[in-house]
Design a protein around this ligand. Structure first.
Ligand code: UD1
Length: 386
């Protein structure tokens, strides 16, 4: 490929798993709206493939259908990452790539960044620099490695810059732009599905939640893969459920494990409102109307902060400290007594209200498009001058 071809080539935008879609939707729109527009090619690795985890969200977010689907599916981390790499490289051969843009911290993020870096194609990472400090989290490995090989690193909070500096990433590569996930939230807030309507559509009585409710999501391997951890968490939630009805949107990993451990009946007996993974607009409506959200998700910690809804995070650490320092998030850990005490405190006192972090204003993707267009022009020029 000649230098001229390179300049005509698209920015390849990669998504793989559910939390990527709400980050990519505003970016694709902003790159298209930029003048002159930046050409993109949307690649889906197929890491998530269930309709509930996937197609619904594309429609809700008005994310265009992927140009290419690599259909890797589920596998061990090694196999999944390797398959994405093997299948992604021919896409670059066929279409060329002016840059490869990845978001978040899933296996697909690292796999495609690595392929691009070895081909000397600029890697652009959106949501850089977040660190939980816990290398047992698969996402933490993906974050650290992706940032090391990225050329342009867009950050959501200022603490990310300290993390990157500690790891020797030059500060001129990192740009604080705000949070694209909040761009999606603000763009879709008014389209959110009312919780009562959602329950009615699921064949359940809206009366179940008429006097307030909490929302639960759990899917981290550290919480759901071991019955010794999952069992007590479910018991604590069941106890909270006696004071406040809990709507539990069940991730496939958690559903499979509950069945495998013979714990599924405990959910049904404890009066949870159990639902399959929800669409984006349904989840937004559920969170916005909730008394509190109990979760181990990364993105939901940010979304609840943006919505001003108290969030109890069932983890020992967070890579998103601004949600605790400024937002509505409280880290409660996995000890059942601590989870229960934190929920009781919210019920008694209303919980944290927080404030909106800097640049979580719905315009992060616009800032990315403006910066990236300039960066790519300068990069291409430097290459052709060389
Ligand atoms: C992945 C991400 C995680 C993200 C989460 C959101 C990594 C390392 N993890 O975790 O950061 O928060 O997505 O959901 O990339 N499954 C289905 N249908 C699907 C997808 C998965 O049934 O469409 C089941 C399969 O049994 C699979 C399991 O869920 O083995 C786990 O899926 P996987 O993509 O490997 O990881 P997640 O736990 O979803």
């Amino acid at each position: 490929m000649t230098r001229d071809d390179e300049r005509q080539a698209p920015v390849i935008c990669v998504v793989g798993a559910r939390p990527n879609y709400m980050k990519m939707a505003p970016i694709i729109r902003a790159l298209a709206a930029h003048r002159p527009p930046l050409a993109t090619l949307l690649v889906h690795t197929g890491q998530h493939y269930d309709s509930a985890m996937n197609d619904r969200l594309f429609d809700d977010l008005e994310l265009p259908h992927p140009d290419v689907n690599l259909e890797v599916g589920s596998a061990s981390h090694a196999v999944q990452t390797a398959e994405v790499m093997k299948r992604f490289e021919p896409v670059i051969d066929e279409h060329g790539a002016r840059a490869v843009l990845v978001v978040g911290d899933v296996n697909s993020t690292l796999a495609c960044a690595l392929v691009a870096a070895k081909r000397d194609i600029p890697v652009v990472h959106v949501e850089s620099g977040l660190r939980s400090g816990d290398r047992r989290m698969p996402e933490e490995i993906n974050r650290v490695l992706t940032d090391q090989i990225s050329d342009v690193l867009y950050t959501t909070e200022r603490s990310a810059h300290d993390n990157l500096a500690r790891e020797g990433v030059a500060d001129e590569r990192a740009v604080f732009v705000g949070n694209v996930m909040i761009d999606s939230l603000l763009a879709n807030r008014r389209k959110a599905v009312a919780p009562a309507e959602l329950l009615a559509n699921a064949g359940l009585s809206p009366a179940l939640i008429a006097d307030g409710y909490g929302v639960v999501t759990l899917h981290r391997p550290s919480n759901v893969d071991d019955p010794e951890t999952l069992g007590p968490i479910i018991d604590a939630l069941a106890e909270i459920g006696r004071r406040l009805p809990l709507v539990f949107a069940l991730h496939p990993r958690t559903r499979n494990n509950l069945e495998r451990f013979g714990m599924k009946a405990r959910l049904d007996e404890s009066g949870f409102v159990v639902l399959p993974p929800q669409g984006y607009l349904e989840m937004l409506g559920l969170m916005a109307g909730a008394t509190m959200v109990l979760t181990d998700s990364g993105g939901i910690q940010e979304e609840t902060t943006a919505l001003g809804v108290p969030c109890l995070t069932i983890r020992e650490n967070t890579e998103r400290p601004i949600t605790v320092d400024q937002g509505t998030n409280t880290l409660v850990g996995v000890d059942p007594a601590a989870i229960l005490a934190a929920a009781d405190a919210v019920l008694a006192g209303g919980g944290k209200r927080g404030r909106i972090p800097e640049l979580w204003d719905g315009r992060a993707a616009e800032r990315i498009a403006a910066h990236l267009a300039r960066w790519l022009d300068a990069h291409d020029k430097a290459r052709s001058d060389a």
